[in-house]
Design a protein. Structure first.
Length: 289
């Protein structure tokens, strides 16, 4: 039913949009990976990963995509732009996620969060120069992390098996379906030509990767099995977000790959750890000079 509704809405528009196309791709891959698998037998607090052999192959592909394409471009971006500019670009794209956050706040009946997100959007869009600056945080309007995957989990929808999606990275059927839904909730791609939304996605992706250059390298060096580290951290982090932070963080989870936590969406989850604190280099990405 979700897939049918998504296709119907996409057909209503005269031109394709990048988030919509990405959303449909993710939805298709997620449903395929979910076929025949259930969450039974998962270790308490751990990730259910019956597709591990396939996931590891996709993880390897994503890592090579990052190593030979995204990371070199992001390193050049980090060398070229001052850290303050990178943070402003991050803020701009983060501000554009207001419809996604606010809609999911309302779906979860978190009215206070919705009011805060509305206030953040109003302040940062005006005083913050179209979102390039974030005065709302200094005024006490803290950023909330909400998306459709969390909303589905909030109402008891199981995550299903762990998935590694090409380019998009760590996920599961619930979060992949949520990502597809969020691509429509974002609204603005409906009215913006594909060439501009695609270009914006590329800029957002490269900028996010530049901010995380040092964090990713440190996480890789600290992990005996980077695949398992990313999988477990992603699963635990997503569960904490659904519980609004009720579970205490463990290990170096915040240094790994978490979509929609501290960075705007658009960066492939497998190669960009948005939750990581940028360090090094310009004081941000830490790319080689």
């Amino acid at each position: 039913m979700r897939s049918t509704d998504a296709r119907s809405r996409l057909a209503m528009h005269s031109r394709p949009t990048w988030p919509a196309l990405c959303g449909m791709l993710v939805l298709t891959l997620a449903l395929a990976g979910c076929a025949g698998a259930t969450a039974r037998g998962a270790a308490p607090g751990g990730a259910y990963d019956p597709l591990e052999p396939v996931n590891r192959k996709v993880f390897w592909f994503n890592d090579k995509f990052d190593q030979y394409l995204l990371k070199p471009v992001a390193t050049g971006w980090d060398w070229l732009l001052p850290g303050a500019v990178e943070r402003s670009v991050r803020n701009f794209f983060d501000n554009l996620r207001f419809p996604v956050r606010a809609t999911n706040d309302l779906l979860q009946v978190k009215l206070e969060h919705a009011a805060v997100d509305l206030g953040r959007f109003a302040v940062n869009t005006t005083v913050g120069a179209a979102g390039f600056f974030d005065p709302a945080t200094t005024w006490g309007l803290e950023r909330n992390n909400e998306d459709l995957g969390q909303t589905l989990g909030y109402y008891g929808c199981p995550a299903g098996p762990y998935l590694v999606l090409p380019i998009f990275g760590p996920s599961n059927p619930r979060d992949a379906i949520g990502l597809a839904g969020d691509s429509f909730i974002a609204v603005y791609p409906i009215f913006v030509p594909f060439v501009y939304t695609f270009s914006a996605t590329v800029v957002d992706t490269v900028n996010s990767r530049a901010l995380a250059l040092t964090s990713v390298e440190e996480a890789k060096k600290a992990s005996l099995d980077f695949y398992s580290a990313v999988r477990d951290a992603y699963t635990q982090r997503r569960q904490r977000l659904i519980n609004d932070g009720a579970e205490a963080p463990t290990g170096n989870e915040n240094e790994l790959y978490f979509p929609d936590d501290g960075e705007p969406s658009g960066a492939p989850g497998v190669v960009v750890p948005p939750g990581a604190a940028p360090t090094g280099g310009n004081g941000q990405g830490g790319g080689a000079r």
